[in-house]
Design a protein around this ligand. Structure first.
Ligand code: CA
Length: 224
């Protein structure tokens, strides 16, 4: 899952990047409104964390309004420094999905991030499943045939992304856009390499057949 953080306060932005990366999210940061707006327009994010107050003429409310007018419906979590009803309502009216008030605890923010990412997949709940494999998005536990599987952060992120899109064929580009951030070192075979690692852990040791399927010439998929 890939998150865009638009926040001019470097300390907060960098803390969010660090914390969310530890939770296996791919995170891009923009410290400036216009740059953030362009990133939100042209890259595929699963969630945007947007500061309400940004310097340089374009604030969070405006960015939110513009994105919604342009029919970009990526969930937006607004950060707001002012604990005023008026301000919160303005954010929601501008098209934000939720907000947190600064200063916030990382745990609170994370809970809201999870809730927003869950929304379109509500029926799936916290646990994603494919055959005998289950992945808990809160505890990060991956289990197949009753056996706990230990995955690296990137393998986990890839597995979660594949499971959230069960039944769809995902191209390598789509996978890169949602699982790796833009400062990541990506080689032409990065996705294949990680799919191989993942299969070595979730498929190869088990009987019951392959969960991660290759769709020749298109990409990968997990059968619904
Ligand atoms: Ca700010």
């Amino acid at each position: 899952m890939k998150v865009l953080v638009i926040e001019d306060e470097h300390k907060i932005a960098n803390a969010l990047k660090e914390g969310l990366s530890q939770e296996s999210y791919a995170v891009d940061v923009c410290y400036e409104g216009q740059e953030g707006l362009n990133a939100a327009r042209y890259e595929a994010y699963d969630l945007i964390i947007l500061d309400r107050m940004l310097p340089g003429g374009m604030d969070g409310l405006e960015i939110c309004q513009i994105l919604r007018q342009e029919a970009i419906h990526t969930p937006i979590l607004m950060l707001t420094a002012r604990d005023m009803i008026r301000d919160r309502v303005a954010g929601l009216n501008a098209g934000a999905d939720d907000y947190v008030i600064k200063p916030f605890s990382f745990e609170e923010l994370l809970a809201r991030v999870r809730a927003l990412l869950r929304r379109p997949h509500e029926a799936l709940g916290e646990t994603l499943q494919a055959g005998e494999l289950s992945l808990n998005t809160v505890t990060k536990e991956v289990i197949r045939d009753g056996q706990t599987i230990s995955l690296s952060a990137k393998e986990y992120a890839l597995m979660e992304y594949l499971l959230r899109n069960k039944g769809k064929v995902l191209s390598k580009d789509t996978i890169i856009n949602h699982v790796w951030d833009f400062d990541a070192d990506i080689l032409p075979n990065t996705v294949e390499v990680f799919i191989t690692y993942l299969r070595g852990k979730v498929d190869r040791p088990f009987k019951g057949g392959q969960i991660i399927k290759t769709v020749r010439g298109f990409g990968y998929k997990i059968d619904a």
